[in-house]
Design a protein around this ligand. Structure first.
Ligand code: NAD
Length: 259
């Protein structure tokens, strides 16, 4: 039970990577707040955790809405009495060549990933600083270090999270708060399934080529990263015992981008 009684607030935990992190945290003994705009997904995650004997609460939270983020984190604290781990994971992907990229879509991607990470951090450190401990974890991407065509908004947002994570390592240190960024390669979740036909259309290539060339071409073994791979790293970071591991980004990408 590496995370026994650790209380984690996880955004985007109604689906994909966030959901698996929540399940893995509970297997490790944590109690989790499942925050999402997708309440069906959030309730399903809670039901699965409770069926396995764990503790979880579903919280409706749009990470771009400051009042909703503050209220959601307060609700998690009221239920569990502390906040030990923040996982800023909610995200979307919108792809266009820049000449066709609506500014509203650019702002949406930035608001959810970067604005959401900022607001969630602000709400969580209030409790972590009072406790003098905590772990901030941001869901970056191999695209925090690499670029791909069509992804101006996403790549800019994921690079920005490195900056936010590093600032928080410096600001958080004296309060016992660590801050790190997880950078997965491609993981087969709804966010990625949706991109395969979209990119095939935009780039004029087959869906098989999108997977083999664009998504897995730079890995060492042409394999997708799994939700479990990412969740295992999140458990490791949340449970790490000292401030030695802070201000870092960890690639979980089958060797796509070696940093
Ligand atoms: N799948 C990948 O290949 C991959 C790779 C690297 C990084 N990531 C990152 O991992 C994170 C999770 O992605 P995923 O692949 O699990 O996608 P997903 O679509 O399965 O899950 C994303 C979740 O975020 C929620 N969400 C979206 N907008 C929100 C908002 N405004 N407020 C609250 N919740 C919101 C969605 O409802 C959904 O439940 C994202 O930040 C994504 O950029 C994914």
């Amino acid at each position: 039970m590496k995370l026994k009684d650790n209380v984690a607030v996880i955004t985007g935990a109604g689906s994909g990577i966030g959901r698996e992190i929540a399940l893995e945290f509970c297997r490790a003994g944590a109690k989790v707040a499942i925050c999402d705009i997708n309440m069906q997904g959030a309730h399903d995650t809670v039901a699965e955790i409770e069926a396995a004997g764990g503790s979880a609460i579903a919280i409706e939270m749009d990470v771009t809405d400051e009042a909703a983020v503050n209220a959601g984190v307060d609700k998690a604290f009221a239920r569990f009495g502390r906040i030990d781990t923040m996982i800023s994971n909610a995200g979307v992907q919108i792809v266009h060549p820049i000449e066709d990229f609506p500014y509203a879509d650019f702002r949406k991607v930035m608001d959810i990933h970067v604005g959401g990470g900022f607001l969630l951090t602000k709400a969580c450190v209030k409790y972590m600083y009072a406790q003098k401990s905590g772990a901030l974890i941001y869901m970056g991407s191999a695209h925090s270090h690499e670029a791909s065509p069509l992804k101006s908004a996403y790549v800019a947002a994921k690079h920005a999270l490195l900056g936010l994570g590093r600032v928080m390592a410096k600001e958080g240190a004296k309060h016992g708060v660590r801050s790190n960024v997880i950078c997965p390669g491609f993981v087969k979740t709804p966010l990625v399934e949706k991109q395969i036909p979209e990119q095939a259309r935009s780039l004029g290539i087959s869906e098989e080529e999108v997977v083999a060339r664009i998504m897995l071409g730079d890995t060492v073994d042409q394999e997708f990263t799994t939700i479990k791979d990412v969740a295992d790293v999140a458990v490791f970071l949340a449970g790490f015992g000292s401030n030695a591991l802070t201000g870092q980004s960890i690639l979980v990408s089958h060797g796509w981008h070696m940093a």
